[in-house]
Design a protein around this ligand. Structure first.
Ligand code: ATP
Ligand code: MG
Length: 312
């Protein structure tokens, strides 16, 4: 269990973390979202014991991070922002060094080394100096050191930033494949990543938690949740059919997206699907619709709404 209570961090006059409290239980994969400068990395640095808070308390399975730092850190793997590594080392020497620092020994150390090299596909660069590795490979080495001791808690600051699509997939699979009793906190600017891997989403803005719920609940806050997007045949103009759909009792609003030749239909009642009514109408009137998609909700719209409310 991670328990964070009334955390505050000031840098001079700047309030980077402004009274944040939450706890995370084993089995949870928590995604931190938030604008640049919101306080995500600062919160992670305090939770992992790399920065002292100005006020508040963090405990890791009962160990106070300030009083009992080593005992708390032993249970955590941490990928800091930008994935810093010792540039003059090779991945092989660096990972062996981290394994030794984590007190891994003998056959188990070798087994873990091989495991992280496989998971992060590092075989080809094991003996190349880290400073000469590409950005994505540096991040993979950073991820490998974070997981080498198979920690109960993983704190990953933008783990997939700069990775190619294959490696993004690999890292998401790695997180999804972790044992059910682990705690994972990741930060990301890729909103779909939260839906793909997280069981819980937290939006941080200006040092405060402004949303904390399941990713699908976040999507449901979108005005697009339950909306239908209809693609029309290119031989017609979607806008010409706007009036027909606006007449449906269950439809509150119809928007025409001219550039895509689409109409978006918003339901009058959030929890009532309009899919059946609309598809019946398309069939009965033989309208030139080529596809109908029901929107789950747009996270980017919710993100903007939640984080910009503060400034309005
Ligand atoms: N060592 C420091 N000294 C002074 N200000 C700092 C320091 N570290 C962070 N800050 C400031 O604290 C605020 C929060 O920064 P933080 O790195 O936590 O943001 P973030 O949410 O991780 O942003 P990003 O999405 O850009 O990574 C920013 O205004 C930043 O400039
Ligand atoms: Mg950051």
């Amino acid at each position: 269990m991670i328990e964070i209570s009334h955390l505050v961090k000031k840098f001079g006059a700047l309030l980077a973390v402004n009274d944040i409290s939450f706890s995370v239980a084993p089995g949870e994969v928590l995604g931190f979202l938030g604008p640049n400068g919101a306080g995500k990395s600062t919160t992670m640095k305090i939770v992992t014991g790399f920065l002292k808070p100005s006020a508040g308390r963090v405990t890791i399975f009962g160990c106070d991070i300030e009083q009992d730092t080593i005992a708390a850190q032993r249970q955590m793997g941490y990928l800091p922002e930008g994935a810093p590594c010792y540039e003059e080392m090779t991945p092989r020497s660096f990972l062996n060094f981290v394994a030794a620092a984590r007190h891994l020994k003998g056959a188990y150390a070798n087994e873990r080394f091989q495991q992280v090299v496989d998971t992060m596909s590092l075989q080809a660069v094991l003996d190349q100096r880290i400073e000469t590795l590409s950005k994505g490979f540096k991040r993979r080495v950073g991820l490998a050191q974070a997981i080498i001791h198979d920690p109960k808690i993983l704190i990953l600051d933008e783990p997939t930033d700069g990775l190619d699509p294959n490696q993004k997939h690999q890292v998401r699979e790695m997180i999804r494949g972790l044992a059910k009793d682990k705690i994972v906190i990741i930060s990301t600017h890729i909103l779909e990543e939260v839906t793909a891997v997280c069981s819980r989403a937290m939006i941080i803005a200006e040092g405060k938690v402004v949303a904390d719920c399941r990713p699908d609940e976040l999507e449901q806050r979108s005005k697009y949740h339950g909306a239908l997007t209809l693609d029309f045949d290119e031989s017609v103009t979607a806008g010409d059919f706007l009036g027909a759909f606006a007449g449906l009792a269950q439809v509150a609003l119809v928007e025409s997206i001219t550039e895509n030749n689409q109409l978006t239909l918003f339901p009058r009642y959030k929890d009532q699907s309009i899919l059946l009514d609309v598809s019946h109408m398309v069939r009965d009137r033989q309208l030139p619709v080529v596809s109908i998609n029901q929107e789950k909700g747009k996270l980017d719209e919710v993100f903007r709404a939640v984080t910009q409310e503060l400034n309005s």
